[in-house]
Design a protein around this ligand. Sequence first.
Ligand SMILES: [Zn+2]
Length: 204
Amino acid sequence: MINTSFLTQKNQSIDFIQQVWSQIPWSRHAPSDRVDLCLLFAGLKPSVRLSIGETPYRTNFLNTMKVAGFDTAFDGDGYSVISPHKGFAEFILAIDQRNIPHAFEFGQFLGYPDCCARFIDHQGEHRIDELALAFVKENLKDPYRFIDISAYDKGIGLISHVPCAYDCKASLEIALGLKRFIESQECSGDFSLWKREVRSYFNF
Ligand SMILES: [Zn+2]
């Protein structure tokens, strides 16, 4: 197993969010990319993997991320990886391309808590969409309502993985971390619109 403790997190400033968020043409992204990128910018995720295809837009987007100080890489399947850690993006894609099972490590590098990475590893990575659908918000009791992933595909969420349980503490910690981060951002423009949507959904 690879030790991930070297991944010191970078929490980006308000100016950063204001500048970078407004430069991203979100209509070219899956709505859920907003959740993933906000977790990355909040220092709550060591890397993100986005499916933005192989369009010329990918070059623009990855350049924006590079200028903002991120490490970037892409593969031949339309996936791009972005990380604040130098050399890390390429490394993650290399893990994904290995023929041996790697769901646990891969989950860890994308910032899943160990318990949730292990859960996906046991259940089978190919079942991830099915597991996400089976995770119904009606079973979440306060304060775990913040780990609701049912609106993630619409770009509303505070975590970007399937929790291992309805009371997964590690997932709740990430969700509350992102909630605090979103609350602390006094931005105008696109970010504030998204912030309003998330706050209204989760009622905070
Ligand atoms: Zn868990």
